[in-house]
Design a protein around this ligand. Structure first.
Ligand code: HGY
Ligand code: MN
Ligand code: MN
Length: 425
């Protein structure tokens, strides 16, 4: 058990409501145990069994706290105070993040924002604090797209961006999402029922670990996020001709892995040398038949491009497509490329930024305004409402790895600022 770490927030009625830091930290430990590995990594890929177990655990904690927990058709977990606390005529304030992780990722990316959102909701409920707006806590489904390659799935459903989603989503192995979504409590044929209308939220707030080095380097406790990066994800298939590694002459080979290697180098250089976009990465590749003494038949890989300027992103995407066409021609392989996800860069709402900054100041925390190099559900929910994001420092600036960590006092500080911001909005 963690010893208690509490600091007061104040509600409209002036009584002080207190984040229960020990409860927050214990729930993070419990959630990290689901899909947890020896090296401290966590694997709860969207719509996997572990993800479902994680969602169920958070839902149980909400119900035990006297809250309601429901899963919408997209698989998003929504937690609310009992009906008699929804008197407010004003649209609710939604707070949350995502519950899924990347493969062998960290214990905080996403999970921290959902557990803190539950903590805020439970703290308000226990204190009997009436807020001007109903507060809804959300655990978005499949933000990472680690198993079913549709990142931001849950927030895209909630934002009603259904036309940008495949009608019959499958995982990387071709297994249909329909059954996995149903197991999570969703329904692929009812996604429309999970969409919220523009203006149906007063604001969306997401608390998240920074996943970068800035706050730690500057020695600041709270990050006030000013913008969230734009991002394009492209899937590439290269079809060559398999053959015996020993008897097939080099002349005339149609080797897709050689083309893939050249493409990966071209992707790296378009960010590193040509500076066409801020970062460019190939993080996933599949080789078929993946046999040491067989010239590959097919290679599949994903390209991830990021920049805060949509025009630069588009130019970088065109460059990848042009480079791929030339490399496929010279390597005599057939190439198929598809942009599987495109999320525009988003500015957070200035009024919410100011409220976060004022909350951090009142609570005595140092702060820093900064951009987010990572993508977040907030950039999708921005279709519906003004959004704000609060960061806390990542130790060594790392994330998406087992060593992802944040100091406990920073985790509690972030939740205190989230609570205070909700009360002030
Ligand atoms: O990839 C990202 O930026 C986020 O972690 N989904
Ligand atoms: Mn992530
Ligand atoms: Mn995240």
């Amino acid at each position: 058990m963690h010893d208690s770490v509490t600091v007061a927030g104040t509600s409209r009625s002036g009584t002080s409501v207190r984040i229960d830091g020990a409860r927050l930290l214990d729930r993070l430990d419990r959630l990290a145990a689901i899909g947890g590995g020896e090296d401290g990594g966590v694997t709860r890929m969207g719509f996997s069994d572990a993800d479902q177990e994680g969602r169920a655990q958070v839902a149980r904690q909400a119900v035990e706290a006297g809250l309601t927990a429901t899963v919408d058709a997209g698989g998003n977990l929504l937690m609310r105070r009992p009906a008699d606390h929804r008197r407010s005529a004003r649209p609710p304030i939604m707070v949350g993040s995502h519950l899924d992780t990347v493969a062998n990722g960290g214990r905080l990316d996403g999970a921290y924002g959902v557990v803190a959102a539950l903590e805020v909701l439970q703290t308000l409920h226990e204190a009997g604090t009436e807020t001007d707006h109903e507060v809804v806590a959300v655990g978005f489904a499949n933000e990472e797209g680690a198993l079913f390659p549709q990142p931001f799935w849950g927030s895209m459903v909630l934002a009603g961006r259904l036309d940008a989603l495949p009608s019959e989503p499958e995982d990387y192995a071709g297994r249909p999402l329909r059954e996995a979504l149903a197991r999570a409590g969703g329904d692929l044929s009812q996604l429309k029922t999970a969409a919220w209308a523009p203006g149906s939220l007063t604001a969306y707030l997401e608390l998240h670990v920074e996943q970068g080095p800035v706050l730690e380097r500057l020695g600041r406790s709270i990050g006030v996020v000013e913008s969230i990066t734009g991002r394009i994800q492209m899937s590439v298939e290269l079809h060559g001709r398999a053959g015996h590694a020993g008897t097939t002459p080099m002349e005339g080979r149609q080797d897709p892995l050689v083309v893939a290697a050249r493409l990966i180098s071209a992707v790296q250089s378009l960010a590193q040398e040509e500076k066409l976009c801020r970062v460019a990465t190939v993080g996933r590749m599949e080789v078929q038949p993946n046999s040491p003494n067989t010239i590959p038949e097919t290679v599949r890989l994903d390209v991830d491009l990021r920049d805060s300027d949509p025009a630069r992103l588009d130019a970088a995407e065109r460059t990848v497509r042009t480079a791929l066409a030339a490399l496929a021609r010279s390597g005599d392989v057939r190439a198929v490329i598809e942009s599987t996800m495109r999320s525009a860069p988003v500015q957070t709402d200035p009024r919410i930024r100011d409220t976060i900054a004022a909350s951090a100041t009142e609570l005595g925390f140092t702060q820093q305004t900064l951009p987010s190099g990572a993508g977040h559900d907030a950039q999708i929910v921005a279709d519906l409402a003004p959004v704000g994001m609060i960061f806390v420092p990542s130790i060594d600036g790392v994330s998406h790895v087992p060593s992802e960590r944040t100091a406990p006092e920073d985790l509690v500080a972030g939740a205190e600022v989230l609570l205070r911001t909700v009360l002030k909005l």
